[in-house]
Write a protein that binds this ligand. Structure first.
Ligand SMILES: Cc1cc2nc3c(=O)[nH]c(=O)nc-3n(C[C@H](O)[C@H](O)[C@H](O)COP(=O)(O)OP(=O)(O)OC[C@H]3O[C@@H](n4cnc5c(N)ncnc54)[C@H](O)[C@@H]3O)c2cc1C
Length: 431
């Protein structure tokens, strides 16, 4: 077994085609209209909108460009419907806002598609659909009810795939049928991020990588942004740090649950194996409580598998065997496949399972994408830019959702390993 991990790189597969070299670090100006903390999809989209409107924009990124989740993810795109489901959403927010949230969510991928097409960003984007496998007959029935509701309320295009037709979608024997979201898809997250960086720079936004923001202080009607390389005055500040939100913004940190998500990629597989696993070249997920997501690489040669990281740390010797075990439950035929890459990054959950956008203590923010941020963070970053400009286009059905925290919680989710363990047990029992 150990030989399947021989030579495995502790690095995202995506960085082979989109490496993260140290990029030229912009000089820090004395003052800008807008400072943005975090250069993932959220920060870059906000920067693009603001720079295109003529604002001077400085993006600060603590690590190498794209070293956050925006080049580490699975590249799977979809509306990411709220975990509470239609009824849960209605109970929490009332029927009108719940319906508006669902309808707007369907547009996330349309937004991304239009953006990529309009900007000519070539990142392997393909709307080939997503198959979601049902682990039990009860899960299948629940999926059918959900799909019926989503089609009625939000016009979601999907189809139930009964067990007898499952082989058309996947070679896996693990499922009791499943469903297809026809308008979901996938892209190469590293190439997407590269394209976005280039567009933001071309619009005039300056980006300082390897420049963590260490302090934010109110000064007059703006802020002083402190970094190890000096200070910058900014009229407005946007916090786009999602899973990496730290002590810089304690009020936001205590509203988020950072979780480690991890992936492995196999070495290239024979074309006939790939065709057998995923005949229609769709992205896949299933009805497990502890999320599992998997897909062919955009060039169709490798199989990528992701889930929450065992142990919580970025340790490939723990993560890779755990993910491989989960992958073999779905596709036992991959038992001899060598694992070429293993990596992980941080996502951020909110207490109400919804993404949040707004202003707190004078700081603009967009975050809490609950592990599904490729389309969401792009869309919310765009909205954030418009909000900061005071444009009506910044309005969203997610406005005004209470961004909750819990008493005594400061941002260290010490209780999550216990919750994950419970969910894993429930998965094993098929609950
Ligand atoms: C392994 C993995 C798999 C995933 N798979 C999927 C998927 O298939 N589909 C999907 O939709 N979503 C997926 N996601 C989630 C998605 O990647 C994120 O939701 C999205 O990238 C968030 O973008 P962002 O710009 O808000 O945050 P990020 O891209 O995480 O960027 C935040 C940045 O803020 C920076 N930062 C933090 N503090 C400071 C500071 N003080 N100063 C300067 N910079 C700072 C960080 O260095 C980081 O680069 C996955 C995530 C991971 C980790």
């Amino acid at each position: 077994m150990a030989e399947v991990f021989e030579g495995m790189k502790h690095m995202p597969y995506w960085w082979e085609a989109a490496p993260r070299p140290a990029s030229p670090v912009a000089e820090l100006p004395a003052a800008v209209d807008v400072a943005i903390v975090g250069a993932g999809y959220s920060g870059l989209h906000a920067a693009l909108v603001l720079a295109q409107a003529g604002r001077s924009v400085m993006l600060f990124e603590a690590g190498l460009l794209g070293s956050g989740a925006s080049t580490l993810n699975g590249g799977m795109v979809g509306p990411s419907f709220h975990k509470l489901g239609i009824q849960g959403l209605k109970r929490r927010y009332g029927e009108d806002q719940a319906n508006a949230i669902l309808r707007e969510s369907v547009g996330f991928v349309d937004f991304l598609e239009n953006f990529l097409t309009g900007e000519g960003i070539d990142c392997g984007f393909r709307r080939g659909g997503r198959f979601r496998g049902a682990l039990t007959p009860a899960h299948y029935d629940a999926m059918a009810r959900d799909l019926e509701g989503l089609a009625r309320v939000a016009g979601v295009e999907g189809e139930m795939i009964p067990p007898a037709r499952q082989h058309e979608e996947t070679g896996s024997k693990l499922f009791h049928g499943g469903m297809v979201y026809r308008r979901d898809g996938g892209l190469h997250p590293g190439l997407y991020h590269d394209g976005l960086v280039a567009r933001a720079r071309a619009a005039g936004a300056a980006i300082a990588a390897e420049t963590p923001v260490t302090g934010l202080a109110r000064r007059g009607d703006g802020f002083i942004v402190t970094t190890p390389r000096g200070e910058v005055r900014a009229g407005q500040v946007a916090i786009c740090t999602n899973g990496y939100t730290g002590k810089l913004t304690p009020a936001l940190r205590r509203r988020l649950l950072p979780l480690r998500s991890a992936m492995i990629a196999t070495e290239p597989l024979a074309p006939e194996v790939m065709r057998k696993l995923v005949p229609k070249d769709r992205v896949l997920s299933d009805s497990r409580r502890v999320v599992a997501y998997y897909r062919p690489s955009p060039d169709g040669t490798r199989f990528l598998f992701g889930s929450r990281a065992a142990g919580g740390a970025d340790n490939p010797h723990v993560i890779a065997p755990h993910l491989r075990r989960l992958m073999l439950q779905v596709f036992p035929e991959l038992a001899t496949a060598r694992i070429g890459h293993c990596w992980s990054g941080l996502v951020a959950y909110s207490f109400d399972h919804a993404p949040h956008i707004g202003v707190l203590d004078g700081l603009h923010y967009a975050m809490g994408y609950c592990g599904s941020g490729v389309a969401r963070a792009s869309y919310f970053g765009h909205k954030l830019g418009h909000k900061m400009l005071g444009n009506a286009e910044g309005a969203t059905a997610f406005d005004g959702l209470p961004f909750e925290t819990r008493p005594l919680y400061t941002g260290n989710p010490w209780f999550m390993p216990g919750i994950l363990l419970w969910h894993r047990l429930a998965d094993r029992l098929g609950r």
